[in-house]
Design a protein around this ligand. Structure first.
Ligand SMILES: Nc1ncnc2c1ncn2[C@@H]1O[C@H](COP(=O)(O)OP(=O)(O)OP(=O)(O)O)[C@@H](O)[C@H]1O
Length: 489
């Protein structure tokens, strides 16, 4: 104040002290925040620990138990316990090798491969394969989830990064296989954002499978076992209510699929429950190997074959009319045999036949049998070498499609349908050394299956013929001097 007037003092020019924000937070709030952070850290650590125990149970629990045993009882009981454990494992593997491998050995392999192959290389491989995404300096990386080793393959579950599609992984299958030391890699979609990579180490179907002993047994037409799948389960084909298309290049093993079916149906054929009708345009090269199996067979693709097809188509229509409103699917008690029509080279009838009229009549008849034969008990087993357009246009009529070895990836799409090859069904990669190996796609089943048909040898076909031939009484041979042989009595 000067003479009653206010004089503004000089403004304060010192720098305002800069203190971190948390200094301004009241002391109590700081304690609460620190406590929350500590609890959070403890929870994260506990979850991580649980994950380690879940992912590496053997590696974690065995040493921990051993350490506890040593501390509690001393060294000698520990050595005794370990020796007993080893002895128990040896006995287990001797008594039941399959369950030992599944529940013990493959568990160890799983942990070993996770720790030595997948975890150490995951980040680098993902980056180099361009499977990571960078957004605002944050890296999004696919997460390695569950790993399961089954000896011949490792199943690796992955959570994809947002906005990534399985096709991106499809394109990198080869690179991923090499990176993780596998022979090949398949990609399967499990659910949104989660895929499973199958890293294949060896082919479990490398060895031919012999057929089972031929004996009178009950035949289930919904589950005809014709081989084994790569997971070790029986390969079962549904014939009742289904139509089957088998495609493969020459020598791919179409014959083995066909004869495996006939082999399994043999008891029912002998009992008259199942009737086989065949058309072999190759002059009997295939079906002529066991004509006894067939009720009727035509070795031609001309008028006789077409007449047979039309006859069966008429039967289908007639039976369908009778069954209408009575039953929806053929049953044994109908008193009429279940009919299986085998066409060895379908393309010969509906594509290569030079006579246009015959070709069209054959196509019409096949269409009728496949589309209407389900309920009246008619199944078609169509074998094809060359999946050309004319044949593939029939594809949708066949509910089960079997792709044996094929030449080109496009052919796989033509036979199995779009998108099935992307789910791993690489029929064009089947080795020439494994005839009878096939990829199977059944309608209503999302995932294709890989399997191998039984190997039906020429000797087996002779046995099959003898099993199905009508019993004939043969004269006992007589000796040249006219006396009867020893067995004649
Ligand atoms: N499941 C199988 N296991 C082992 N070997 C097989 C199997 N199937 C077929 N083979 C062998 O592969 C060869 C070719 O088989 P097959 O004649 O059945 O092929 P295909 O596809 O019918 O040929 P084509 O179209 O020329 O008739 C044969 O020597 C056969 O012994």
């Amino acid at each position: 104040m000067s003479g009653g007037k206010w004089v503004d003092p000089a403004p304060f020019e010192g720098a305002r002290p800069r203190v971190p924000w948390w200094v301004l937070v009241p002391g109590r709030a700081k304690w609460i925040a620190a406590l929350v952070a500590l609890v959070w850290l403890a929870v994260v650590l506990a979850v991580r620990l649980v994950l380690v125990v879940v992912r590496y149970p053997v590696v974690v629990l065995v040493p921990v138990s051993a350490a506890w045993c040593w501390w509690r009882f001393g060294l000698s009981p520990l050595v005794l316990a370990l020796l007993s454990l080893v002895a128990a494992l040896i006995i287990w593997s001797g008594l039941d090798r399959t369950s030992f491998l599944r529940h013990c050995w493959y568990r160890l392999v799983t942990e070993w491969r996770r720790a030595t192959v997948y975890v150490p290389r995951w980040r680098t491989v993902m980056r180099l394969a361009d499977l990571t995404k960078l957004d605002r300096r944050k890296e999004y990386r696919p997460t390695l989830r569950r790993v399961r080793s089954e000896g011949w393959r490792d199943r690796v579950r992955v959570r994809m990064v947002p906005a990534q599609s399985p096709e991106v992984w499809e394109l990198r299958r080869d690179g991923l296989a090499h990176s993780f030391h596998a022979r090949s890699c398949r990609v399967r979609v499990l659910r949104p954002r989660v895929i499973e990579l199958d890293f294949i180490h060896r082919d479990p179907l490398a060895r031919p499978l012999p057929v089972s002993v031929l004996a009178d047994a009950e035949v289930d037409l919904k589950r005809v076992t014709v081989g084994r799948t790569e997971t070790g389960k029986p390969w079962r084909l549904r014939l009742l209510g289904s139509q089957l298309l088998v495609v493969g290049v020459p020598g791919a093993g179409k014959g083995s699929v066909l004869w495996s079916i006939v082999w399994q149906l043999a008891p029912a054929i002998r009992a008259g429950l199942v009737r086989l009708v065949g058309i072999d345009p190759k002059g009997g090269m295939e079906l002529g190997q066991c004509p006894d199996a067939f009720d009727r067979v035509v070795y031609d693709n001309g008028p006789e074959a077409v007449a047979l097809l039309e006859e069966i188509a008429a039967e289908v229509k007639e039976r369908a009319t009778r069954y209408r409103g009575v039953r929806r699917l053929w049953v044994r008690s109908s008193g009429e045999p279940f009919t299986v029509l085998v066409v060895d080279e379908l393309a010969d009838l509906i594509a290569y036949q030079p006579d246009k009229q015959l070709r069209e009549r054959a196509a019409r008849a096949i269409q009728t049998i496949t589309s209407q034969g389900r309920a009246p008990g008619y199944a078609v087993v169509g074998l094809v070498q060359d999946p050309r357009k004319e044949v593939v246009s029939f594809r949708h009529l066949f509910t089960t499609r079997v792709a044996l070895r094929l030449d080109e990836p496009q052919q796989v799409d033509m036979v199995l349908g779009d998108g099935v090859r992307q789910r791993g069904a690489a029929a064009h990669e089947i080795s020439e050394n494994t005839p009878g190996v096939a990829w199977i796609k059944q309608d209503g089943q999302r995932e294709p299956e890989r399997a191998r048909a039984f190997h039906v040898t020429d000797a087996d076909l002779v046995e099959l013929g003898a099993f199905l031939a009508d019993a004939t009484v043969h004269d006992f041979p007589t000796r040249p001097d006219g006396t009867e042989g020893r067995n004649a009595a």
